[in-house]
Design a protein around this ligand. Sequence first.
Ligand code: CP3
Length: 345
Amino acid sequence: MSTQKTILRALAGEVLATPPIWMMRQAGRYLPEYKATRAQAGDFLSLCYNPELAAEVTLQPIRRYGFDASILFADILLLPQALGANLWFVTGEGPRLSTVTTADELKALKPVSAIHDTLSPIYETVKILTRELPDDVTLIGFAGAPWTVATYMIAGQGTPDQGPAHALKDTDKAVFEGLLDLITDGTIEYLSAQIDAGAEVVKLFDSWAGSLMGDNFINYAIKPMARIVAALKQRHPDTPIIAFPRGADERYIGLHDAIGADCIALDDGVTAHWAAANVQTDGCVQGNLKSSHMVTGGDALVTETRAIVDALKGGPHIFNLGHGITPDANPENVQLMIDTVREIR
Ligand code: CP3
């Protein structure tokens, strides 16, 4: 019997009697203790770049719930900022960035070698966490996948349909592909530095992968992630990688191999039953309870949680939500989900 941490065992392909559990956005505004620390830090970015306070909010959900993994507290938009984009958050609206849509704007960005000047506090947060996390809790580092990060850099904000990024891909392919390449190279260095600092697993968030169709999905979502995974595996062969190509639908089939990832994270657009037959056959899967159950709770939460655990019990599985928990969630429902997975009630 292995003494390894549960998440690492699942990522290595082991089928566990009880799936390990963590939750996307587990440090966040649904928790009163998060809101208190964020108020102390000032704004969201000040919290991200304050290693002591970022480590503190990372630890809060571990203390409250005893999750099997913690995820570094940071944001996917810190890399664009490190590459020279201006970044700020408008309360109640979300992120804003200076845009990159022309060859001159692309050229004005910083070289990849400069990113650590901005991102070194993030590595410091990782170092604090490797000291302070309980011995059985796995530390997950992360970055955005190139396509998703590019959608924000091109539009200068979040968009419902990623229209500006699709438009640039179709009108100035050279600038679009140059930007994707720069983000891909930057992400390799950023994640590699997180691993050097102590991250035990890394995850790529491709929140908008599903909006790419046909060959574009392969060329602009999957291939850049595969390039990052290949580079990281060369430098850090023992570090497992989770990929989250959100919205992939039936295109989830075959992605373990196409990306080279140890685990594919599922959103709630596919059923666990379907994923067991079509995706988990290739390796570990993570997911995929609808986040809205964290708001509504009750019998539906329990029934759906049990159904997911049951459907995926024949292969390696890490329990998680299908997307991040929302600020209107009830913290008690998180406990109910965990207790249901662990069969405590
Ligand atoms: O999962 C975690 O707890 C780790 C930390 C994390 C955050 N963002 C913290 C955060 C991670 C992994 C992310 C990823 C992220 N950030 C994504 C990809 C995943 C996804 O949800 O699809 C994206 C698209 C972003 C960009 C971003 N950052 C957006 C769209 C927002 C929302 C703005 C808002 O006001 O709701 C953020 C802010 C953000 N990132 C918050 C947190 C906890 C809320 C900030 C606050 O405290 O006000």
